[in-house]
Design a protein around this ligand. Structure first.
Ligand code: PRT
Ligand code: MG
Length: 215
């Protein structure tokens, strides 16, 4: 049996065509079903639906053989026990630093001000500011980071931006790009060896489908 861990929403939607290319069709839609284990057309392949941030954990401990997770999530997790053979080039966005429209970010840096930053991505943010030699106070949030600078919790946020619509709607502006984000295929290291015969064709099909999409 092969177990594939996916999160609902954009990751599931953008992984579906890749699964299709590998001949795997989910028999239920996670958006409408409350089931957490979904069967597929293949008796030896099932999907489990988990929170995006939990995908690496399920795969690390072998509860899932494969998973799809954003680089943002993988950076925070650290990648222990995971083999990452493939950038799937889906769920693309950028990790950015953003501040209120009226906030002088670069002026504050020049003055050596100690900024307060809210983020869900504490490790990535810490590494970014350390690399720049900036001293910041990081405050961990679990969502709606955009609110932080609006209510005086922080001077800046570190968050993902795709269209920029959320920043604009909240009178924030992006001031620094930290990295490009896309989702990766992650494989349990033991499964990769022990279930090679079952996994290789799936990984191969994903790889071909990703390449074909680039053309
Ligand atoms: O929603 P939940 O709390 O369960 O978890 P999650 O937010 O981690 O999951 P999900 O499904 O929203 O995101 C899964 C993955 O998609 C992330 O780990 C990223 O790798 C990737 N991704 C791509 C994004 C975005 N684009 C994105 N725009 N994840 C989140 N966003 C959010 C962003 O945090 C911000 O709040 O969308 C908002 C900004 O979008 P724009 O279009 O307004 O700029
Ligand atoms: Mg979300």
């Amino acid at each position: 049996m092969i177990t594939i861990a996916l999160s609902k929403g954009r990751i599931f939607e953008e992984t579906t065509p890749l699964l299709k290319a590998a001949g795997i069709y989910p028999l239920e839609d996670p958006e409408s079903s409350r089931k957490l284990i979904l069967s597929t057309n293949r008796e030896d392949v099932r999907l489990i639906i988990v929170r995006a941030t939990d995908v690496p954990t399920y795969v690390q401990y072998g509860a899932a053989d494969l998973g799809v997770a954003g680089k943002d999530v993988l950076n925070e997790h650290g990648g222990a026990g995971l083999y990452q053979p493939l950038d799937l080039k889906i769920a693309n966005c950028k990790m950015m630093v953003a501040v209120r429209e009226d906030f002088d970010y670069f002026g504050s840096i020049r003055r050596g001000a100690r900024l307060k930053v809210v983020t869900k991505y504490v490790k990535t943010a810490r590494e970014h500011f350390a690399e720049k030699g900036m001293h910041v106070d990081l405050i961990k949030l679990y969502g709606s980071m955009e609110l932080g600078p609006l209510v005086g919790l922080a001077d800046a946020i570190v968050d993902l931006v795709s269209t920029g619509g959320t920043l604009r709607a909240n009178n924030l502006k992006a001031v620094e790009e930290i990295m490009n984000i896309s989702s990766r295929l992650v494989v349990n290291q033991a499964s990769h060896k022990l279930k090679r015969i079952l996994l290789s064709p799936i990984i191969e099909s994903f790889s071909n489908a990703v390449e074909k999409k680039q053309d």
